[in-house]
Design a protein around this ligand. Structure first.
Ligand code: APR
Length: 233
């Protein structure tokens, strides 16, 4: 029996790094050779939709063709299956590796790469293929109205009400593989702590906000996640 009743886990790019998906803030400050602001903002999409679509097409192809859940994704899904309390997994990642590993109560706060959104109707549909300005929207049949279902900089993260409720109720908050540089996710640790949760950071190295956590374990997620969650079972 775990000593915790309600657990919230926040994951970032570091949890998928060992599945071959590049993190955002590697040493050169570029993401797959692009400045984040050239491919991850609504302004970039308005200015150069072809570049943004090509960028996400490449990410989607990599995800569908080559990426697989790693031991960190699997350990989280396995823990959730046997945990008797409430378990909420919030991910900033747009890949589907948590669901492929078997995670159930999962929130994609920054959207999903394998979904498309219609700019006309707001409808969100599953999407596994390339898209560009000549792709007809499956719902309204118009051309040039589909965009990746991704939350870009300057846009509102998804499911914030549900997230805040989970943070207020949890007695353990664990952040895994996130640099703590992007809000609101970077502030979740403070919110959870303010409501009395114990806070833990699992990361390759101390994150920007590491001193906000009361416990830390550093190393590759494929090792630290299993090791840490085994101590809770
Ligand atoms: N195991 C654990 N942590 C790792 C590993 C690993 N194998 N590899 C890298 N990391 C850590 C890095 O040390 C870094 O602290 O993962 C973190 C990744 O940080 P970012 O690249 O900044 O990713 P993230 O925090 O998820 O970014 C947040 O920014 O660009 C936006 O919307 C995008 O969701 C993303 C958000």
């Amino acid at each position: 029996m775990s000593r915790y009743k309600s657990i919230v886990v926040l994951t970032g790019a570091g949890v998928s790094a060992e599945s071959g998906i590049k993190t955002f803030r590697d040493g050169d400050g570029l993401w797959e050779n692009h400045r984040i602001e050239d491919v991850c903002t609504p302004e970039a999409f308005a200015r150069n939709p072809g570049l943004v679509q090509a960028f996400y097409n490449a990410r989607r192809r990599q995800l569908v063709g080559a990426a697989h859940p790693n031991p960190a994704h699997l350990a989280l899904a396995e823990f959730e299956r046997q945990f008797a309390g409430k378990f909420t997994l919030i991910t900033q990642n747009v890949d589907d590796l948590h669901e492929r590993a078997g995670s159930q109560n999962l929130i994609h706060m920054h959207g999903e790469l394998l979904k498309a959104r219609c700019l006309k109707t707001g409808a969100v549909v599953p999407w596994n293929e390339d898209m560009d300005s000549t792709t007809p929207c499956p719902c309204c049949k118009q051309l040039g109205v589909l965009r990746p279902h991704i939350v870009w900089f300057g846009e509102m993260p998804l499911d914030m009400e549900k997230i805040e409720m989970a943070l207020e109720q949890c007695d353990l908050f664990v952040a895994i593989g996130t640099s703590g540089q992007v809000y609101p996710a970077a502030g979740f640790v403070q919110l959870a702590a303010a409501y009395g949760a114990h806070t833990v950071e699992l990361n390759l190295e101390p994150s920007q906000g590491h001193n906000l956590f009361s416990e830390h374990y550093y190393g590759p997620a494929s090792q630290t996640v299993r090791q840490y969650f085994e101590t809770l079972s």
